[in-house]
Design a protein around this ligand. Structure first.
Ligand SMILES: [Zn+2]
Length: 358
């Protein structure tokens, strides 16, 4: 029921990024050489029809890549530009297309842990489909999207986010990922609280049928063997010491001697203190630099040596009530510390998301 003393346990995780030194070589411009190469290229393209077509194809692709990666436009926004160039953006149809996500978003399908649907769009109806869920940092969203037999045409599918405190309709949606209709399941750990939605819309006049499966849950396994959400006793943020400080983790109650396990791969450091008793810090390996540190307190005994490398699932020690938990039933105090301080572990510890079967 305690948090660690930072004096004893804090560990500097700030490492400067090293910039490669060295001088940049000055460019020697050879305008005539460049001109000759260009001339040769143009003459080849004029002669060889097949090469010219390839060049046009790759130019279209290059513009697309530039627009999406260079300018930060989503494929959907790029399509709106195409409508503008075609003079369709201001037409009633073009307007309807651009407002479709907003219209569907006013009455979204909400995700409650699991969802599976097969729906479609027909060529003569302009609409979008919106699936929405509120998620906290540490939650995980999984999706699988694939197209069923259709007439072709582009299907725009994006994951968008908005702050959850914004009044309805006022916050702006920000695209955080594009979904590909590959039929592969994709996972994403939520790094920021917010409202998340998946927006599906085909290009104008396309008819598309799709299968969408969605699931939400936690991104970490339970750190106590056999425990579930019901065993979490004291929530994050609960007052401590008469309100002088607040609870920087959750307490997971379990019989003395129950195994506690690593929630991630990393390196452990063990210690003993008045507050946390026998405790373990688990930090990501060097590869996971920037990942959070996990704190396990009030252990009855250790199963690892300080400095050891562990894999997710390895036993670190056993539930007890050492430190300032002497007068309470055995439990694991579990904390997650990021660069910006402690965060609520509960969203991380929800049951793992499972997609409905196909
Ligand atoms: Zn606690």
């Amino acid at each position: 029921m305690t948090e660690p003393s930072h004096k004893a346990d804090s560990q500097s995780t700030s490492e400067g990024e090293s910039c490669p030194g060295g001088k940049s070589r000055p460019h020697k411009w050879r305008p005539w050489g460049l001109f000759l190469i260009l001339l040769a290229l143009v003459s080849v393209l004029l002669v060889r029809d097949d090469l010219r077509r390839q060049a046009i194809g790759s130019t279209t692709e290059a513009i697309r890549t530039l627009a999406i990666e260079g300018l930060g436009l989503s494929p959907r926004e790029l399509f709106i530009w195409r409508l503008k160039i075609a003079g369709l953006a201001e037409s009633p149809l073009g307007q309807q297309w651009q407002k479709a996500a907003q219209v569907a978003g006013s009455d979204p399908v909400s995700l409650d842990r699991q969802l599976q649907t097969q729906r479609g769009f027909v060529a003569d109806v302009v609409e979008a489909h919106v699936y929405q869920v509120t998620l906290k940092r540490g939650a995980e969203l999984v999706w699988r999207l694939d197209r069923v037999a259709d007439s072709g045409g582009e299907l725009f599918a994006s994951l968008e986010r908005r702050d959850s405190d914004g009044e309805f309709g006022t916050g702006t949606w920000e695209t955080v990922a594009e979904l590909d209709a590959s039929g592969q399941s994709t996972r994403r750990v939520v790094r920021e609280d917010g409202i998340y939605r998946i927006v599906l819309q085909p290009e104008l006049f396309a008819s598309v049928e799709y299968n969408l499966a969605l699931a939400s849950g936690g991104s970490l396994g339970m750190p106590v063997s056999g425990a579930s959400q019901r065993d979490i006793g004291s929530p994050f943020g609960a007052p401590r010491d008469g309100g002088a400080r607040s609870h920087h983790g959750v307490d997971i109650f379990a019989p003395r001697g129950t195994a506690v396990t690593a929630v991630a791969d990393g390196r452990v450091r063990t210690g003993t203190s008045n507050l946390g008793g026998k405790h373990v810090w688990l930090s990501g390996s060097l590869l996971g630099f920037g990942s959070p540190r996990y704190y396990y307190a009030h252990l009855d005994a250790f199963e690892v040596e300080s400095g050891a490398d562990v894999d997710a699932g390895d036993v670190l020690g056993y539930v007890g009530n050492t430190g300032n938990a002497r007068t309470t039933p055995p439990h694991l105090h579990f904390g997650i510390y990021t660069a910006s301080g402690p965060v609520d572990p509960e969203p991380f510890l929800q049951p793992e998301p499972v997609l409905p079967r196909e």
